[in-house]
Design a protein around this ligand. Structure first.
Ligand SMILES: [Ca+2]
Length: 735
């Protein structure tokens, strides 16, 4: 296991651990007609800043205040060695008490954080944990912290760039690379990259096999379908195993027991725990179940609403492209695309809002439960928007087109605004023929074109928008400074670069790994469900995912704030989704092979000859074979012992031996539990003194940065000055 020592972690960022962006509002608002609004704002902002700086000093953190822009300022936070040791020790003891660690962390000898992620996680815990757990209980944008806009760590640009260069030269990331990602960004993001890497590695076989079956077997080959289904099952089971292995390797097995509280949880009543006497907030599960039942109508509404939008656009498209032969056809074919790309986002936004509301009503106690419940609701929406169009072509258009097409005349209305009455009469559908390549064209679109478009929309477009936003902000700041007077507080030349970087990062959005995981799982769905139609699907995904891994990393580093490291021992509900997709894949693949095996026109060259009961029997057998294969793969996989699992077993054995051997004459293991609180008592004054004298002696480049403001009171003075200078100039101008 590679672990970078803590000393060289915050390189280049002047030892800054976290930055708080603090808004003081003011200049942007109109002064109240009664006057004094500006001053009331200012007093409140100063008072809350006082509160913030004092709280930070109370838990032993150093602070420095700098201006950011006309409405915000930056509070730099650094945890000195002593309070950091205490924070990591507390978090490790907690891990041990919850059974995440086999070995009890030693009292005084407990080493500092083993990785950047552990350091940042421990500090973040101190910043946000409830006061009774020794934290500062800072909740951005909430209650007394409503002026705290965000708390974020800074990107380590040098390392990020070095990794990007390194990875651009190799095909696979090594285990060590993944460990490094985990050490820097935490396990949750580590798991995403590990998943993407495993998926990419597993794509090599279907890509090769798909290519050769495209050359030799053609489309809708039953052999390809069977191999593909088995491969999907093997991959899902392999990844389950991989999660266990990584969980042990990264010491996060069972980490979900350490769940964080859901801030919006509203308990119905409090119940006294019989054994501990503690008051515990309760929300009865029966009530929650009642609200959860609303998921069924929600899913139905989602299916009907999205289904109606997609099916209508689909029908209009068929009408215009295959039935209609009047004038302007080349332009009219874009009508359904335009309709779809405007209606679909609107309906999914509404459904997302409803899902958010439902999840809130379900009132989960922990943030993790809340997130899982939300993702599960959104699955229906994701599935329909991604797969329904292909389903309609394969299972409605091809078998039933001859019956449906006459009814499509209702869509004459869509072309009426563009076509004269005489022309409209020329529309006839007597010569209508099913387009046998329609399905393949659609699958190719989703497997190639859509993937390229996605990468652009995900990485390239936001990057350009970001650059433009920075330019615009610079311009408008300059303009404001010219009009309203420039601020009293200039950047020190030493810090100019750092401050510029921090101001830019403060404007970035926060990263959520869920979106990237969803993208990959949906992609896996195209492979398992429809790749029989076009066996080159895995080839396209192979190339795409090599790039995806790198561009996603680039995206996290450049287009988002550095994420606060979080722990996880799984990719969460997406794992079940993978299993579900593999199962549905066995059904669709067998149905597709049966219906299209003769170049898209059924078994005997005529789509009308598909018989329902043969289809049913085919699906039934395929699905049962799937279950059998999965059982065998599952059993085989469980026999394989990965190195981490072997190591953990050995460690447990050794531990048992050691403890049982020393029980009789040594009570130190029990006595040292009392040392949970950490090495020795520390107070704020000694901490600040300590850290400052230490930095002065060592004369590092960050010394001057952290020496500018002697203590939190001086920081407050500077902060107040910044707020006053901006608001005073603003008021002057408005008068
Ligand atoms: Ca992505």
């Amino acid at each position: 296991m590679t672990t970078s020592p803590s000393a060289d972690e915050p390189q280049g960022n002047y030892d800054v651990d976290y930055v708080v962006r603090y808004t003081f509002g003011g200049t942007g608002k109109q002064p109240s007609p009664l006057g004094g609004g500006e001053f009331r704002d200012r007093d409140e902002a100063t008072e809350q800043l006082n509160n913030l700086l004092q709280t930070l000093a109370d838990i032993g953190f150093l602070t420095e205040v700098r201006p950011s822009d006309r409405t915000t300022l930056l509070v730099f936070i650094r945890a000195p060695e002593k309070s950091l040791l205490r924070a990591t020790h507390t978090s490790r003891v907690r891990d041990w008490l919850y059974g995440l660690r086999n070995t009890q962390p030693g009292g005084e000898s407990s080493p500092g954080p083993q990785s950047g992620a552990e350091r940042l996680r421990a500090i973040h815990y101190m910043l946000t944990a409830p006061v009774e757990d020794g934290g500062a209980n800072i909740t951005p944008k909430y209650g007394q912290w409503k002026n705290v806009d965000s708390i974020f760590p800074l990107h380590d640009d040098k390392t990020n760039q070095a990794w990007m260069r390194d990875w651009s030269k190799k095909t696979f990331l090594t285990k060590e690379d993944l460990d490094q990602i985990r050490d820097k960004f935490g396990e949750k993001i580590g798991f995403y990259f590990a998943f993407l890497q495993s998926y990419f590695r597993f794509l090599f076989f279907p890509a090769l096999f798909g290519f050769s079956s495209w050359v030799m077997l053609g489309y809708y080959s039953p052999i390809y379908a069977i191999v593909n289904c088995v491969w999907c099952v093997v991959f899902v089971e392999y990844w389950k195993r991989q999660e266990v292995d990584l969980g042990i390797r990264w010491q996060v097995r069972g980490v979900s027991v350490l769940s964080s509280k859901n801030r919006h949880f509203k308990p119905e009543r409090e119940v006294q725990d019989k054994t501990t006497g503690e008051l515990r907030p309760i929300f009865p599960w029966t009530k929650r179940l009642q609200i959860q039942l609303l998921q069924i109508p929600f899913a139905l509404v989602a299916v009907i609403a999205l289904g109606a939008v997609i099916a209508t656009c689909f029908a209009i498209e068929i009408f215009i492209s295959e039935v209609y032969n009047g004038p302007l056809k080349t332009y009219l074919v874009f009508i359904p695309t335009i309709l779809l790309s405007s209606l679909l986002p609107i309906s999914s936004t509404i459904l997302t809002k409803v899902a958010t509301k439902l999840t809130e009503l379900e009132n989960y106690e922990t943030k993790e439960e809340h997130d899982v419940a939300f993702i599960q609701k959104m699955l229906v929406v994701n599935f329909i928007t991604s797969y329904l169009a292909i389903f309609l072509t394969a299972f409605v258009y091809v078998p039933f087109a001859n019956i449906i097409v006459p009814y499509l005349d209702v869509f004459r209305v869509t072309v009426r605004p563009f076509v004269s009455q005489e022309d409209e009469k020329t529309i006839n559908h007597s010569d209508f023929k099913i387009d046998p390549h329609r399905l393949r064209k659609q699958v190719i679109y989703f497997a190639v074109t859509a993937q390229i478009v996605n990468t652009c929309m995900e990485t390239v477009v936001p990057f350009i928008m970001r650059k433009l936003a920075i330019k615009y902000k610079e311009y408008s700041e300059e303009k404001a400074n010219n009009e309203k007077g420039s601020p009293a507080y200039d950047d020190h030349p030493d810090e100019a670069d750092l401050l510029k970087k921090v101001r830019n990062e403060a404007d970035l959005p926060e990263y959520d790994v869920t979106d990237d995981l969803r993208e990959m799982v949906i992609q896996f769905g195209y492979l398992s469900l429809f790749s029989t139609v076009w066996p080159l699907v895995p080839v396209s995904f192979l190339f795409n995912n090599w790039l995806e891994l790198r561009s996603d990393f680039f995206k996290i580093c450049k287009e988002f704030k550095r994420p606060v490291p979080e722990r996880a021992d799984t990719i969460g509900p997406w794992l079940d989704t993978l299993g579900l997709l593999a199962w549905i894949g066995s059904i669709t693949s067998s149905a597709l092979v049966y219906m299209f095996s003769n170049e898209g026109l059924g078994r005997h060259g005529n789509a009308g000859e598909i018989t329902g009961w043969v289809l049913m029997v085919t699906i039934f057998f395929a699905e049962h074979i799937y279950l059998a294969v999965r059982y065998v793969v599952e059993k085989t996989m469980s026999k394989i012992e990965t190195p981490s699992i072997r190591q953990e077993r050995a460690q447990k054995l050794l531990l048992r031996k050691n403890i049982l051997g020393t029980m009789a004459d040594d009570h130190s293991t029990i006595a040292s539990v009392g040392n949970v609180d950490g090495p020795d008592e520390i107070d704020r004054a000694s901490l600040e003194e300590d850290a400052r004298t230490r930095t002065l002696q060592e004369a590092r480049p960050s010394d001057r940065f952290w020496g500018r403001q002697k203590n939190w009171k001086e920081s407050l003075q500077i902060g107040t000055k910044i707020i006053e200078s901006y608001q005073a100039t603003g008021v002057k101008k408005q008068q």
